[in-house]
Ligand binder design. Sequence first.
Ligand code: HH2
Length: 254
Amino acid sequence: MGVVNVTPDSFSDGRRFADAAQAIAHARSLVADGADIVDIGGESSRPGAEPVGEAEELDRVLPVIEALAGEVRVSIDTAKAGVARAAVAAGASLVNDITASLHEVAAETGAGWVAMHMQGRPQTMQVDPTYDDVVAEVTAFVAARAQQAFDAGVAEVWVDPGIGFGKTAAHNWALLAALPDLVACGWPVAVGTSRKAFLGAVLGQADRGDGPTVVGDRLEGSVATAVHAAVAGVGLLRVHDVGATVAALRTVAA
Ligand code: HH2
């Protein structure tokens, strides 16, 4: 899954694809690089991001979805039921839901659904994330949400531990180390580590924390963790750098 952020403020690529023509061209380049799905988002969920109104979010994503839907599978990355519904009507067939609360939209529309774990909300989630047992709590949460969606009639359900969403670096590493256990729960697993701050931290690179970072930042960590996840049995990798990730996966598969 290639990431297409149609936003001015996403943490790694904000402003780069903020107009529809740029976003569409970027999505096509990700498909050429080997993406099977493009994930279109109109609202940043980075720590501290400002919320976007529904009308503004729709203005950002709908022209991009309409242009791409006949060419590639399109996923909508949103926290709003209204945006998810309109995106599916425009041609998206997967609802990528960082709130793990929109399964009814997937059930109504017949779309697939990604249920991601997040502790808190983006504005404050990194203030002091706390767990007794992060792996057990995240696993129980996503498995329960997945079962609820499946029972409501959603045929395609993915679970995602939500790397970086209300988690310290230690929580993220624990969840990545435990991916085989999450896979063993039986639900298809999705993971997004791409360019996230904990990858810089392990190499001693400071997180600037003042907006979008330089493109290509944290490439090695992003690719290494994507390969690790694939080897653990994760079926859906949400990445910015599709070409490098596909090359690494093909190499390891060979
Ligand atoms: N991470 C981000 C956004 N959506 N969806 C899923 N399922 N899993 C993730 O890990 C995930 C996600 C954050 O990354 P990005 O879209 O690059 O940045 P921003 O939220 O600043 O737009």
